[in-house]
Ligand binder design. Structure first.
Ligand code: IMP
Length: 433
C-alpha cells in the first residue's frame, strides 16, 4: 500500500474530494489537512446521512483515524467548535484523536469583517470566511497563532493592535460600520482555546516520526492555488501539491515517495469570479448545473458549469506531478448526445497548448473543442467496469491519452458504494458500509 497518499483537487475545487477521502481513509491511520480553512466544504454521505466538513479532515469520520490540522491551515475556533459539537451529536467523538498544530494561524472575527469589506470593493466572490485576510495577517506578520494563546497578555495586546488597525481600515477606508469589541473577542477566543487546548501541539514532529500510514487531504483545487492558479481569482493558500511542504511543516524530501492523485469532475465547474475558458452560459450550462446539483457546499451559490477543459487538467497534472486521476460525476453526462472537451485554446489566431498565466490572455482565449459522441446510457451507481458503455470508456481513454496519466477510479454517485476501480491501487481495500 502507498504509505503516503495525497488527494488533491485538479480543477477549481468542488471536484468531490470529500467522498474520495472518506472512501480511502479506511486504509489510512492519519488524515491530514494542511491548507485553507473553513472555506472548504467536503461533503460525505455516511450511513445515509449527509455530512459537510469545513475544517476537520474528512477522514475523521472513521473512528480509527487520527485527524491532523497542520500548520498551513487557518483555523476559525468558532467553526471548529461547532463542527466538533455537530459530530458529537452524531455519535462521532474525535477530541481524543485530533491534533492541531500550534503554528496554525487563527481566523478572527475581524478577518471575516475585512473579507466582507474587500468583497464589496472589488469582489472576487470569496466564501466570506475570512480566509484571505487571515493569510494577509499571517504573511504581514500580524497574525495570531494557536501557540500565542497561552500567553494571555501577549494575546490581548495582539488583539488590541489588530482591532485598532481593522477599525481604521473599516472607518477611514470603507466608511463602514462595525461592532468590533476587543474585550469580547479576547474573552471568546480564550474560552474557546481552553476547551481545545489539549489537542494543540507540534504536529510536524508527530508526522515526521510516525510510522503510521498518512493521507493528505487537499482543499479547494489546483486552479485556485495562489501561485499556480488563475491569480487573483484564487484562494490565499497553495492548494496544489506546492503547499504540501510548508503546509505540513515537513521537508520536501518527505514527499518523494508519496503517491499523488488528482480528483477531477468529468466536466468543469467554478464558484466565484475569474477566468473559466470552457464556461457554458446557456442551456447546456444550466443542464449540467441541474443534473450535477452544482450549488456550493459552503455558500450555497450556484456554480458556473462548462465542458471538461483538458488543457487546464493537463496543466494540473504537470504542476502536481499526479500519478493518476480519480474522475467524478461521469453520470452527469449520461444524457448528452454530444460531449465536448477542450483540447486547445485559440488566442489572436494562434493555438495555445498550455494554460497561460496572463489574465489578459485568459480573457481573450477561445476554447478549441473536440466533440465526442455521448453514450446515452446510465452510468449512475455503476460498480463494475463491465457496466460502463463503450463510449463512456472512450471518453475516459481520451482523458488518459491527453493528460498522460491513468484514470484510477470513477465515482458514480454520492454514496460511498458508488464507485468503480479502473486500476486498483496496490493494497487499497474499500468496503462499502
Ligand atoms: P476564499 O478562499 O474564500 O478567499 O475564496 C477565494 C476563491 O476561492 C473564490 O472564488 C471561492 O469561491 C473559491 N473557493 C474557496 N474555497 C472553495 C472550495 O472549497 N471550493 C470551491 N471554490 C472555493
Amino acid at each position: 500500500m502507498e504509505r503516503k497518499l495525497v488527494i488533491l483537487g485538479a480543477q477549481w475545487g468542488d471536484e468531490g474530494k470529500g467522498k474520495i477521502v472518506d472512501l480511502l481513509s479506511e486504509n489510512y491511520d492519519v488524515v491530514v489537512r494542511y491548507q485553507g480553512g473553513s472555506n472548504a466544504g467536503h461533503t460525505v454521505i455516511a450511513n445515509g446521512e449527509k455530512v459537510i466538513l469545513h475544517l476537520l479532515p474528512t477522514g475523521i469520520l472513521h473512528p480509527h483515524v487520527t485527524g491532523v490540522i497542520a500548520q498551513g491551515m487557518v483555523v476559525d475556533l468558532e467553526v471548529l467548535e461547532k463542527e466538533l459539537e455537530d459530530l458529537r451529536k452524531r455519535g462521532i467523538a474525535c477530541e481524543n484523536r485530533l491534533h492541531i498544530s500550534d503554528r496554525a494561524h487563527l481566523v478572527m472575527p475581524y478577518h471575516r469583517l475585512l473579507d466582507r469589506l474587500f468583497e464589496k470593493k472589488r469582489g472576487i466572490g470569496t466564501t466570506l470566511r475570512g480566509i484571505g485576510p487571515a493569510y494577509m495577517f499571517k504573511f504581514g506578520r500580524k497574525g495570531i497563532r494557536l501557540a500565542d494563546l497561552e500567553d494571555e497578555r501577549r494575546l490581548q495586546s495582539l488583539i488590541e493592535e489588530n482591532v485598532a488597525f481593522v477599525r481604521d481600515i473599516c472607518e477611514k477606508v470603507f466608511q463602514d460600520k462595525h461592532d468590533l469589541n476587543t474585550d469580547a473577542i479576547f474573552e471568546s477566543t480564550l474560552e474557546r482555546y481552553h476547551r481545545i487546548r489539549d489537542l494543540i501541539g507540534d504536529v510536524s514532529s508527530f508526522l515526521l516520526k510516525t510510522e503510521r500510514s498518512l493521507l493528505f487531504e487537499g482543499a479547494q483545487g489546483t486552479m485556485l492555488d495562489v501561485d499556480a492558479g488563475t491569480y487573483p481569482y484564487v484562494t490565499s493558500s497553495n492548494s496544489s501539491a506546492l503547499g504540501l511542504s510548508n503546509g505540513t511543516g515537513l521537508p520536501p524530501k518527505f514527499f518523494t515517495d508519496a503517491y499523488l492523485v488528482g480528483v477531477a469532475k468529468a466536466y468543469t465547474t467554478r464558484v466565484g469570479e475569474g477566468p473559466f475558458p470552457t464556461e457554458l452560459k446557456g442551456e447546456e450550462g444550466r443542464k449540467l448545473r441541474t443534473l450535477g446539483g452544482e450549488f456550493g457546499a459552503t455558500t450555497g451559490r450556484p456554480r458556473r458549469c462548462g465542458w471538461l477543459d483538458l488543457i487546464a487538467l493537463r496543466y494540473a497534472v504537470e504542476v502536481n506531478r499526479f500519478d493518476g486521476i480519480i474522475l467524478t460525476k461521469l453520470d452527469v453526462l449520461d444524457s448528452f448526445e454530444e460531449i465536448k472537451v477542450c483540447v486547445g485554446y485559440e488566442y489572436r489566431g494562434e493555438r495555445l497548448e498550455h494554460f497561460p498565466a496572463s489574465l489578459k490572455v485568459l480573457e481573450g482565449i477561445r476554447p478549441i473543442y473536440r466533440t465526442l459522441k455521448g453514450w446515452l446510457a446510465s452510468t449512475k451507481g455503476a460498480r463494475d467496469v463491465r457496466d460502463l458503455p463503450p463510449r463512456a470508456k472512450d471518453y475516459i481513454s481520451f482523458i488518459e491519452e491527453f493528460t498522460g496519466v491513468p484514470v484510477l477510479m470513477l465515482s458514480t454517485g454520492p454514496k460511498r458504494e458508488e464507485f468503480v476501480w479502473l486500476r486498483e491501487l496496490p493494497g487499497i481495500r474499500v468496503s462499502c458500509s
